[in-house]
Design a protein around this ligand. Structure first.
Ligand SMILES: Nc1ncnc2c1ncn2[C@@H]1O[C@H](COP(=O)(O)OP(=O)(O)OP(=O)(O)O)[C@@H](O)[C@H]1O
Length: 616
């Protein structure tokens, strides 16, 4: 934490000096009050004759000191806030930057909700810790020492009484804080839980409504929130006992001083003014101790929050940069050399001994049943994960030897679930290439078949997209994401089911235009549809993490039973004819889909009919 504080240590020192000034003003006042009572009102040094002029004079001095103390206190607040807010700002930025360097498993290990809590609530707790430390701690220490000194000058007995009471007061506070301390950590964990549910529910609000799961989610949120409230109540109950006990001890201390003081006044060894001053000092001192109690609570919470932030800040990113920083050399050769992969925390290989070379400019399609490992395979190219065994090489160099940014500049990725940001369509397309000229952006949109829906919009490319692209249809979102990948002009392009929401004609136009405009890029297409993969130079069939067949569309139609099955189910041919033209094939697939849909509807309505008649 020191590395963050020391950047603003000068503000902290200035704040402490102003606090010293404020405390000094507070400490001088009881002495003036004693003189007003003893000399001004009672005239103890003037045979019982009071002095109103002295009362006025000292009164004005007291008011002046209050005003100066107020200025010092305000300036102290200004500098304390400068330390805490600047430090909080740095912490928030550094934590965010650090999260950006984490691998997916590292992010998953914290959970999105917990990371949000850390960057918001935990940073606020640390800001509070710093503010209270610089303000409250300095004040309490100076006030305690000063009050004890001035009380000692009034009467050593008064100082002795307070010194006797202090261990009981501090002991009570320490006891309660020890009990409550572990609860603070639990409280932050419960807050993580609330944020986890909240962010999951807000991002999945459509499906929650579609499946009418609002009540279930309300209960889930209620449970997480209930857990948080229970923990908070435990904290508050423990602290509720501490306040009154400390208050009682403080009042007993004041009563003891009054009792002692009254006896001294009767014996003539102390003046009424000095008793009043002693009580003011005691109150100031004990109020300071009470403040310390609050301070310790916030300090405990702050340290727990700091630990949670430190566990993010000190975590070493799993994906480390290599030495090689040139993203322009090479032309997109991809090699998987005996690659096996298991997800972190699992000992089951999702990919098994994959050997694969994809030549520059080649288009390779990957098909396979769900869960066969297609996405996992392509995720290894931009190092979203590191291989467990073997190596993935790009242009002859292991991907782990590249600087991560250089590697990722060589690869453009479009995913099935298109992530859009709440900014203009233009900025969304230019996300991977922010300096791109407008013509280039439009050209990329034309290739992605997006221009046709963007151009008629009132604001065209400047139309602002709602959060996560909610204002666009699935197909429109995918086309914007495709344009983004195209604009990157990377030597390697990966499309992971990225055209699944497009109709067959639009998809075919996209791949045709892409082949014309980026003939030298290496393209990997993960898809389930024959129409999407048909034109690829090579098609791989993946099953249980291994490549079980490989060849052109023609080869596979002849030799691969799985591919023949897929073809028949999608095209509807009994005897596949590989010489069909693009248009013929698309028309046949569309007809086949329509026939299948009709068949499904008939089956469903006949079932419903049966249901009704049975019911009747
Ligand atoms: N983050 C993850 N952590 C652990 N296991 C995972 C993770 N992602 C995927 N898997 C597992 O790895 C296997 C392969 O998943 P992958 O997403 O690569 O399949 P896929 O062929 O792309 O499937 P689909 O066609 O359904 O997208 C699956 O069994 C899946 O459960």
């Amino acid at each position: 934490m020191w590395q963050y504080i020391k950047r603003y240590a000068h503000f902290a020192i200035i704040a402490a000096l102003f606090m010293g000034g404020e405390v000094l003003m507070d400490l001088i006042q009881p002495g003036l009050m004693r003189r007003i009572v003893d000399d001004g009102v009672l005239g103890l040094n003037n045979n019982g004759v009071g002095n109103m002029e002295l009362v006025w004079h000292l009164g004005v001095r007291m008011i002046g000191m209050v005003l100066i103390g107020c200025c010092f206190g305000s300036l102290n607040n200004v500098f304390v806030n400068m330390v805490s807010q600047n430090m909080g700002n740095d912490l928030r930025k550094d934590t965010f930057r650090k999260i950006m360097t984490f691998s997916f498993p590292q992010i998953e290990s914290f959970g999105a909700g917990s990371l949000i809590t850390r960057i918001t609530n935990d940073v606020t707790q640390v800001e509070r810790l710093i503010a209270q430390f610089v303000r409250g701690m300095v004040r309490t220490v100076l006030m305690t020492i000063g009050s004890l000194y001035f009380m000692y000058t009034l009467s050593p007995d008064f100082a002795f009484i307070v010194l006797c009471a202090l261990p009981f007061i501090i002991g009570t506070m320490a006891f309660c804080l020890r009990k409550v301390n572990p609860l603070f950590a639990l409280q932050q964990e419960k807050l993580d839980g609330v944020n986890d549910v909240l962010q999951e529910d807000i991002s999945a609000i459509r499906i929650i409504k579609a499946c009418v799961r609002e009540t279930y989610e309300k209960l889930r949120f209620g449970k997480a929130n209930g857990d948080l409230i229970k923990t908070q109540l435990k904290v508050l109950l423990t602290l509720a006992f501490m306040g009154p006990v400390v208050n009682m001890l403080m009042n007993l201390t004041i009563a003891a001083i009054l009792w002692y003081g009254a006896r001294d006044v009767l014996e003539g060894t102390a003046s009424p003014g000095s008793i009043m001053a002693a009580i003011t000092y005691t109150t100031q001192l004990l109020m300071g101790i009470m403040m310390l109690m609050m301070l310790f609570q916030n300090i405990s919470r702050g340290f727990i929050s700091w630990k949670r932030l430190a566990s993010v800040l000190h975590l070493k990113p799993e994906i480390q940069d290599g030495e090689y920083a040139d993203s322009t050399a090479g032309n997109g050769l991809i090699e998987f050399r005996d690659v096996s992969f298991a997800y972190p925390g699992s000992n089951k290989n999702v990919l098994e001994h994959i050997n694969l070379t994809i030549k520059p400019g080649e288009t390779v399609a990957i098909m396979g049943s769900t869960g066969s490992g297609k996405t996992t395979l392509i995720n290894l190219i931009p190092r979203f994960y590191d291989v467990t065994e073997g190596s993935v090489c790009i242009d002859g160099m292991d991907v782990r030897d590249y600087k991560v940014s250089a590697l990722r500049n060589k690869v453009a990725v479009a995913l099935q679930k298109s992530e859009l940001f709440s900014t203009s369509i233009k900025e969304n397309i230019a996300w991977g290439n922010p300096d791109a000229a407008d013509e280039k952006i439009e050209n990329a949109a034309r290739i992605a078949q997006a221009h046709e829906f963007i151009a008629p919009l009132e604001q065209g490319y400047d139309t602002v997209v709602a959060e996560r692209g909610m204002s666009l249809s699935g197909g429109q979102k995918q086309r914007v994401a495709l344009a983004r990948a195209v604009l990157k002009e990377s030597p390697i392009m990966i499309f992971d089911d990225a055209t699944s929401a497009l109709d067959l004609k639009t998809e075919a136009s996209f791949y045709n235009d892409l082949a014309k405009t980026s003939p030298h890029s290496t393209k990997i297409i993960v898809a389930q549809r024959i129409a999407s993969v048909r034109r690829a130079n090579r098609i791989l069939i993946l099953e249980n993490g291994t490549v079980i067949a490989e060849g052109t569309h023609k080869d596979l139609l002849k030799n691969c039973a799985i591919y023949q099955d897929i073809y028949q189910s999608q095209v509807g041919d009994i005897a596949p004819d590989e010489n069909k033209s693009e248009n013929e094939l698309l028309t046949q697939i569309t007809r086949n889909n329509a026939a299948q849909e009709k068949e499904n509807t008939v089956t469903q309505s006949s079932r419903t009919g049966e249901g009704v008649s049975t019911h009747e």
